[in-house]
Write a protein that binds this ligand. Structure first.
Ligand code: PEP
Ligand code: MN
Length: 266
């Protein structure tokens, strides 16, 4: 079990981390934090340094976003997680955030992993888009063997030949790493699918297969988001996902009437 400023990941309860892909303004983050907390999230996410495929896309507000994250953390009490892309930013991010995320593209940035092994903050280690489970666990090993035992794994989908979804969510890997490792594992249905409409179903499936938590992108107005709008939920959508997580799974159909009769006699 990993303690993130009082939130325990890897215990009995499923931890939901929610928030925007990128921090865009104080107002945007605060309204989102209040809404997701009300719906049942126990941690806040928000990117300050964004790993964008194109250098012409929004790169994140950097230090300004870190300050916003810290303020909103103080206003709402929600611990925050944000991505670190470079060893240069580790110290300043540690001053502002409760947990540091290693993004999928940096899973095998060994210099970054070695540096994060020496910090006194938990790390959320996302699986690389083309990484095997073994490579992912060995990346975690860099953190553990270097002295940081507070590591949470995150399955966020991998690259396959499928093009209808942004990535292919490898749910079996969630169950597999729980077999192979003692580390908690959470699932990211937002990057795992790239589609708002699939978040509810994949979230339920991830919890059913044993995920210790979820990280979900939520934005006050997804159409206007500066990054990852198509996979971001609005507040009502997130509320619905949370409600779905509280619903029991469907019942199994009964087997044959004969079996029932036998059961009744026993
Ligand atoms: C993110 O969390 O916004 C992100 C960029 O995630 P990933 O590294 O999984 O693509
Ligand atoms: Mn994103």
């Amino acid at each position: 079990m990993i303690d993130v400023a009082g939130v325990r990941i890897g215990g009995d309860a499923v931890v939901v981390i929610a928030g925007p892909c990128s921090v865009e303004s104080h107002q945007q983050l605060l309204t989102t934090a209040v809404a997701v907390k009300k719906a049942g999230a126990s941690m806040l996410r928000g990117g300050a340094y964004k790993p964008r495929t194109s250098p012409y896309d929004f790169q994140g507000l950097g230090i300004e976003a870190l300050k916003i994250l810290r303020e909103v953390r103080e206003q709402t009490g929600l611990p925050v997680v944000t991505e670190v892309m470079s060893t240069e930013d580790v110290d300043v991010i540690c001053e502002h955030a409760d947990m540091l995320q290693v993004g999928a593209r940096n899973m095998q940035n060994f210099a970054l992993l070695r540096r994060l092994a020496m910090i006194d903050k938990p790390v959320l280690l996302k699986r690389g888009p083309s990484a095997t489970v073994k490579e992912w666990l060995l990346a975690a090993e860099y953190l553990l063997s270097g002295g940081n035992s507070r590591v949470v794994l995150c399955e966020r989908g991998i690259k396959t030949f499928e093009t209808e979804t942004r990535n292919t969510m490898d749910l079996a890997a969630v169950a597999l790493v729980r077999e192979l490792s003692h580390l908690p594992v959470i699932a990211d249905p937002s990057h795992g699918t790239g589609k708002q409409s699939l978040i509810a179903a994949v979230s339920r499936a991830a919890v059913a297969i044993g995920a210790d938590g979820l990280i979900v992108e939520v934005h006050p107005c997804p159409e206007r988001a500066l990054s990852d709008g198509p996979q971001s939920l609005d507040f009502a959508g997130f509320e619905k996902v949370m409600r779905g997580l509280r619903e029991p799974l469907r019942q199994l159909a009964p087997s044959t009437p004969e079996d029932f009769a036998l059961g009744a006699q026993a």
